[in-house]
Design a binder for this molecule. Sequence first.
Ligand SMILES: O=c1ccn([C@@H]2O[C@H](COP(=O)(O)OP(=O)(O)O[C@H]3O[C@H](CO)[C@@H](O)[C@H](O)[C@H]3O)[C@@H](O)[C@H]2O)c(=O)[nH]1
Ligand SMILES: [Mn+2]
Length: 734
Amino acid sequence: MAEVEHSPLFETKRAKGRVFYKVFSLSLFVGICFIWVFRVSHIPRESEVGKWGWIGLFFAELCFGLYWLLRHPFRWNLLFREPFRQRLSQRYEKVLPKVDIFVCTADPGIEPPVMVINTVLSVMAYEYPPDKLSVYLSDDAGSDITFYALLEASIFAKQWLPFCRKFKVDPTSPAAYFKTIHSSTHAKELITIKKLYQDMESRIENAAKMGRVPEEVHTEHKGFSQWDSYSSRRDHDTILQILLHETDSSAKDVDGKVMPVLVYLAREKRPQVAHNFKAGAMNSLIRVSSMISNGEIILNVDCDMYSNNSQSLRDALCFLMDEDKGHEIAYVQTPQCFENITKNDLYGGALRVVYEVEFHGMDSLGGPLYAGTGCFHRREILCGRKFSDQYEKDRNEYKNIGDMTEVSLHELEEESKALASCTFEINTLWGKEVGLLYGCSLEDVMTGVSIKCRGLKSVFYNPQRRAFLGVAPNTLPQTLVQHKRWSEGCFQILLSKHSPAWHAYGLISPGLQMAYCYYNLWAFICWPTLYYCVIPPLYLLKGIPLFPQMSSPWFIPFAYVILGDSSYCMMEFLWSKGTVKGWWNELRIWLYKRTSSYLFAFVDTILKSFGFSESTFVVSAKVAEEEVSQRYEKEIMEFGSSSPMLTVLATLALLNLFCLLGSFLKQVFISEGGLRIFDAMALQVIISGVLVLINVPVYQGLFLRKDEGRLPISVAAKSTALALSACALFISLS
Ligand SMILES: O=c1ccn([C@@H]2O[C@H](COP(=O)(O)OP(=O)(O)O[C@H]3O[C@H](CO)[C@@H](O)[C@H](O)[C@H]3O)[C@@H](O)[C@H]2O)c(=O)[nH]1
Ligand SMILES: [Mn+2]
């Protein structure tokens, strides 16, 4: 027994084969150094052509090389964690902590209420004592339809939770469960509950279609009266409704068991007061929940991220409650996984390498970033308390704040409402030091950095059975917009007072600093990438070599670095359960992100820092039209309406096509000497050739496709004109 008492609640394993990796990357680094030496030692003389193009390339390659170095700490030492749920249960079953779960939604149009309540139901049904669970839905749209859906869900839950318990259902999201289950031993019960669900679903969908809640429900439930003073989603009082609460006798399921607390919250919004998007919503939730349930642990999920593993909550507690190491762990992050990824993942939405490699690597450096969803936090730490040895002692003082059983439910609601008013935070440290931090479009990552700087760690937990499943963007513009928001947020963090590059010096490990900087510099890396996509092809067209000849020994380092690095990346991608075609798609998205999302993010961040542009949060759509979804399933690229980002992509694609074709024609018709350019300008031909191959979907979208998802004519016209004039202009330069 004594031995069990001291056995840890989780174990950590290291990945093997890291020596090979280190030797290999050292050899690549030698290659990179040779490239730099070549550039510096072969600068064209003043009289020769191509001097400035050459110097530019040197800077681009310098950036790539240094940026490549930042990628290494991720890969030095990968950790894999395994929790021991049994031990947790043996030791702590009676004293498991209270857990508050936050679900955020922002727009019933693109985040359908049915999807939102599936997420809510899935977390309500965690395999965990229901009296210790509280679920809060924050609705930044303040939509009565979403409220209505939640009301319906609170009724359906009375059947659903016992059903999940009885038949050990997993996933506990009804929609997902009904989709996965084909045969069952409890066919009769299944039919009954499925019918109940479908009826509820059609009632909600009808309400959504009509744009209003059925009259009889409206009059029956007092909660709707809170919409009487509502004028718009940016202008309304706090709407707060406790739908289920242990003190209320009707909050029991059909088995007579108590149900988790369930709360709807639409914080107060006023047009003149900044609401700080999701960070603002989370901070209101933190305060409101401290009044109602005050769970020690906070789990937050996006509204599409339903629980796919009813044990993951207990697993996360194994890390946080471990007697030996638990006290220094601030949060446990699970990977963002998606339900709608197709086989070859056209938009690279699965973020495979990030979650199968990089986060495991960060775990060995002090822990992964806080990724905004699927993350289990300690309340005290999220609220900004400094980590100290006092921690254990103080914790007991904090425990009782939420004891509100004396107060009637209505009073509790009224008191909690005040905490969600939009003036509450004025002259407080909320958003500056307390709660999630404001002013950054990656509030989550920024908050994670500041937690790390307080000397705390985090853990990455990547269970076999996915903990959460959500919806990844399924069109190119949405993917690009999401990456713009992310890279912009990352760049803002670099420039902020929590900058991993400067502020974090000495507070987090140098490896972690480098890893963060790798993400922080996404936006910046657009410049060398753009340079590489534009200058070598233009010089190719003009017939000026910028790289060593194929027959020169200096060609070797270029070939080694390019081939070595791309084969390594491909191996890593395959190891992360991707396909070869998936890797090719990933490469394309990598290019598109760098040349459009990151470029616009860079420019916007600079404009914002001078006050020329406002902060926004473009919420990603979670539903698509039928035709768009069909094309997504067939992995046909969806371009949709015209946008500056698409124009940039199309221009680059055409520029490379024109330069490549132009140089070939010149060879064949003008210059003698056959295909001599293959030796003299092999690398320029290869770069443009690969860019052309990778851009095949763009050419199809511009000129060949007829469906709605093609590139609009206006983009075709603009990009052709731009690419042609760039070529003409460059040719005419002496
Ligand atoms: O004003 C807002 C805007 C968004 N959200 C919610 O925030 C979540 C994430 O929004 P989404 O459009 O899905 O963005 P993603 O890019 O998919 O989200 C990732 O990136 C965000 C930061 O950019 C993080 O907040 C998320 O947790 C993370 O999953 C959703 O549940 C939204 O409802 C709000 O509550 N209020
Ligand atoms: Mn999302």
